[in-house]
Design a protein around this ligand. Structure first.
Ligand code: PGA
Length: 249
């Protein structure tokens, strides 16, 4: 038995519609059939509640949250609201939010803390840019991001880390198994160094152009406990083979 069960999460980003929730049925069926793998979908906020009613047991999550409980934060959504809508997880610190909304490690950390305190699974994203990899500072950059983005302790909820190299997201340029192995080992060492045995139980997902034809190879790498999947999670046709690959890994 593996120490960590595989987890595959689809990040729909700013895509989807009520009609597209029809994809959840076959995805949920495939997840059940595959067995031994946890599967989730993170649709936009407005689709969370209807997705929950059609989830067929899939874990539904949000793509972001605010760190505060309530207040004058126009356009933002709190963890309590996300929970009330029926979500069980939330992605924080995605590179698109770090870039588009200038989110800092400290802000990501506060969001993760709020999510965990609410009993949600916090999926904390980290990843280097192409320029940082080119100069060889990728491991240093990612471990520093991780150190700044993870809260010190938590009571409820589950912490998940997603390593998503910025240059691999939505580009079709997937990281090589060697790149992924190097980074996931560094992340695991950092997690164990910081949280002890608990750090060994944190699932580390790879994200960035995961597709049906590369999923098996990526999920076979040591310390890759599943994937965070963007484009290829939007349809059951694209996502189901990735779930199957995770179940076999
Ligand atoms: P992608 O996105 O699979 O479309 O590259 C991954 C992500 O941003 O989580």
């Amino acid at each position: 038995m593996h120490l960590r069960r595989k987890l595959v999460v689809g990040n729909w980003k700013m895509n989807g519609s009520l009609a597209q929730l029809a994809e959840l049925g076959p995805i949920a069926e495939a997840a059940k059939e595959a067995g031994g793998v946890d599967v989730g979908i993170c649709p936009p906020f407005t689709l969370i509640a209807p997705a929950v009613t059609r989830s067929g047991g899939l874990m539904i999550g949000a793509q972001d949250c605010h760190a505060r409980e309530s207040g004058a934060h126009t356009g933002c959504v709190s963890v309590a609201m996300i929970k009330e809508a029926g979500a069980r997880a939330v992605i924080v610190g995605h590179s698109e939010r770090r870039a588009d909304n200038h989110e800092t490690d400290a802000q990501v950390c506060a969001k993760a803390e709020a999510a965990l305190a609410a009993g949600l699974i916090a999926i904390v994203c980290v990843g280097e840019t192409e320029a940082q990899r080119k100069v060889g500072s990728h491991v240093e950059v990612v471990t520093a991001m991780l150190a700044g983005s993870l809260p010190d302790g938590w009571e409820g909820g589950e912490l998940v880390v997603a390593y998503e190299p910025v240059w691999a997201i939505g580009t079709g340029n997937v990281a090589t198994p060697a790149d992924v192995t190097e980074m996931h080992a560094a992340i695991r060492a950092a997690l164990v160094g910081r949280f002890g045995d608990k750090g060994d139980r944190i699932r580390i997902l790879y994200g960035g152009s995961v597709k049906a034809d590369n999923a098996a190879e990526l999920f076979a790498c040591p310390d890759v406990d599943g994937g965070l999947v963007g484009g290829a999670s939007l349809t059951a046709d694209a996502f189901v083979p990735i779930i199957a690959a995770a179940a076999k890994a």
